[in-house]
Structures are given as structure tokens and as C-alpha cells.
Design a binder for this molecule. Structure first.
Ligand SMILES: Nc1ncnc2c1ncn2[C@@H]1O[C@H](COP(=O)(O)OP(=O)(O)O)[C@@H](O)[C@H]1O
Ligand SMILES: Cc1ncsc1CCOP(=O)(O)O
Ligand SMILES: [Mg+2]
Length: 268
């Protein structure tokens, strides 16, 4: 089967199976994230009360942990969720938002990594900071590095935690412990002017790894879908506000012809 066909089948699998995705994510993006998951056919639930975390994780098909607006209570909830996912052998995604910005973020991230995320998805600055655990290469939540500059850091994370690592940016780079590397050149620069599209990428990744055995291809499908939807949406948009709205519509309605025609993926 061609790569286009394989990735398109994953998109159909999410629609067919509508996996329940348990999100512990940040205040900024909760609404966008839930809407994006619904648009691709998944079923989102946002829950962070410590008393229900284990139960929610156990009924979900995948868990997303995004540290964007973490605090003392939420970080405990995240650690419970990561431990539950790890123990239950549930696929889970870590979005290390703002890694490297503060020592507190680094400390919580190092604890979360012990539960070996199935996928780590961050921008280049975040991946660099996560691997080095220092604060020299980041500016809040936005990247100041290119994704190819974080490849060695991503490989270190792959080796240390057995995770698949996705470095997002103008080129998304996905690496795994079999030595495979995927490069996706979809997306549009205007996407950096809408908050939470990296968070959306991570949530979609959780939905895709929930329904497939091949988690690397699933991550590639999720990232390609977001990039292509962004590219198509931008054509109809006059700025970030309409892009945000049109992107949701494209996530919902992208056709196989559009997907195959726009897909720019290469493998090493
Ligand atoms: N310069 C760019 N050109 C094209 N697409 C981009 C660019 N930057 C980001 N994107 C798109 O936005 C998605 C989110 O990535 P990114 O902005 O790196 O995440 P974050 O919001 O976490 O920093 C990428 O997967 C890609 O599709
Ligand atoms: C602005 C901001 N501040 C804390 S979380 C957050 C959202 C970050 O979203 P993304 O990483 O997808 O750009
Ligand atoms: Mg981000």
C-alpha cells in the first residue's frame, strides 16, 4: 500500500472507532483541543481531579498530558495519569509545553518522563530543553530553533525513554527506536499565529495512536492531517482568527483527494 493510502486509512480508523481521549491540558487550549478531536471523529474528555484520574485513564483509549498551565495540584494529577497510563499499558502523549522556560517545568517533566510516554510531541526548543534539561534554548511556549536542530536531542529521548519523538515546526520530524525518521513538510507559517496548534497536534496524535498498532505511522498521519488542514484552511482565511475557524472545518472535511494531493512526507 502507498504511504498516502496507509495514512488515509488511519484517518478513517479514528472516525470509525471514535476513541475516547483523556486530556489533561492547559486552560488556553482546552476548547480548541476538544473541538479538534471532535472534528477528526474522536471523543474528548478533559479531566484533572486527582480522585478520578485513574478511573478516567482506565476507560480512555489514550491519554494526553500537556503541561502548558501546570501548577502544584495539576502536576500531581499529571503524574497520577502518567503512572496509570504506564501501568495499564495505555498509549499516552506528552506535550512538554514551555520546557526549559523554568526549573519547575523541567522538574515535573523529568518526573513525567519516568513513565515513558508513547509519544513526545514538542517544538524544537522544547525537545532541546527536554533532552538537556536546561533553560538556555527556549522562549516561553514558542520555538526559537528549527526542527532539524533538535534531531540529536530527539534521538537522546528516543534512546533514554523508548518514546517516539515528534519535533514540530515548518518541517515536522518523527523519530523512533527502530531508526526510522519521517519528515513532513505540510503546514503554513500563519499557523504559528494561532495559539494551541502544537497542543492540537499532540491531542490528534493521542487519537491516532489510540486506534493503530504502528504508533510511528499514526503520529505521522496525525501531523500530516493537521499540516494539510492548516494549508487548505489558510487559503480561505484573512488572518489568524479565520484560520482558527477554517482549520476546524478542514480537519472535519478534508477529502482523500486533497490529502493525497497535498501530502509531503519523506522517510529515511
Ligand atoms: N513555519 C511553519 N511553516 C509551516 N507550518 C508550520 C510552521 N510552524 C508550525 N507549523 C505547523 O504548525 C504545527 C504546530 O507546530 P508548532 O508551531 O511547532 O507547535 P507549538 O505550537 O507547540 O510551538 C506544525 O506541526 C506545522 O504543521
Ligand atoms: C500560550 C500558552 N501559555 C501556556 S500554555 C499556552 C498554549 C501553548 O500552545 P502551543 O504550544 O500549541 O502553541
Ligand atoms: Mg506547544
Amino acid at each position: 500500500m502507498t504511504m498516502e493510502k496507509t495514512l488515509w486509512e488511519y484517518i478513517q480508523s479514528v472516525k470509525d472507532q471514535s476513541p475516547l481521549i483523556h486530556n489533561i491540558t492547559n486552560y488556553v487550549v482546552m476548547n480548541n483541543t476538544a473541538n479538534a478531536l471532535l472534528a477528526v471523529g474522536a471523543s474528548p474528555v478533559m479531566a484533572h481531579a486527582k480522585s478520578e484520574i485513574k478511573d478516567m485513564a482506565s476507560i480512555a483509549s489514550a491519554v494526553l498530558i500537556n503541561i502548558g498551565t501546570l501548577d502544584e495540584y495539576w502536576s500531581e494529577a499529571m503524574l497520577i495519569a502518567a503512572k496509570a497510563a504506564h501501568t495499564l499499558n495505555k498509549p499516552w502523549v506528552l506535550d512538554p509545553v514551555g520546557a526549559g522556560a523554568t526549573p519547575y517545568r523541567n522538574e515535573i517533566l523529568q518526573k513525567l518522563l519516568q513513565y515513558r510516554p508513547t509519544v513526545i510531541r514538542g517544538n524544537a526548543s522544547e525537545i532541546l530543553a527536554l533532552a538537556k534539561s536546561n533553560s538556555s534554548v527556549t522562549k516561553g511556549v514558542d520555538s526559537i530553533a528549527l526542527s532539524n536542530e533538535a534531531v540529536q536531542a530527539a534521538l537522546d529521548l528516543v534512546n533514554d525513554y523508548g518514546s517516539i519523538v515528534c519535533i514540530s515546526g515548518a518541517t515536522d520530524i518523527i523519530l523512533n527506536d527502530s531508526g526510522q525518521i519521517y519528515f513532513i513538510k505540510n503546514g503554513h507559517p500563519m499557523m504559528t499565529k494561532v495559539t494551541g496548534l502544537g497542543c492540537t497536534a499532540s491531542a490528534l496524535t493521542a487519537a491516532f495512536i489510540a486506534v493503530t498498532e504502528n504508533k510511528t505511522e499514526a503520529t505521522t498521519a496525525a501531523m500530516a492531517l493537521l499540516g494539510i488542514a492548516g494549508e487548505l484552511a489558510e487559503k480561505q482565511s484573512s488572518g489568524p482568527g479565520s484560520l482558527q475557524m477554517n482549520l476546524l472545518d478542514k480537519l472535519y472535511a478534508v477529502t482523500e483527494t486533497e490529502f493525497s494531493g497535498y501530502l509531503k512526507v519523506a522517510m529515511e
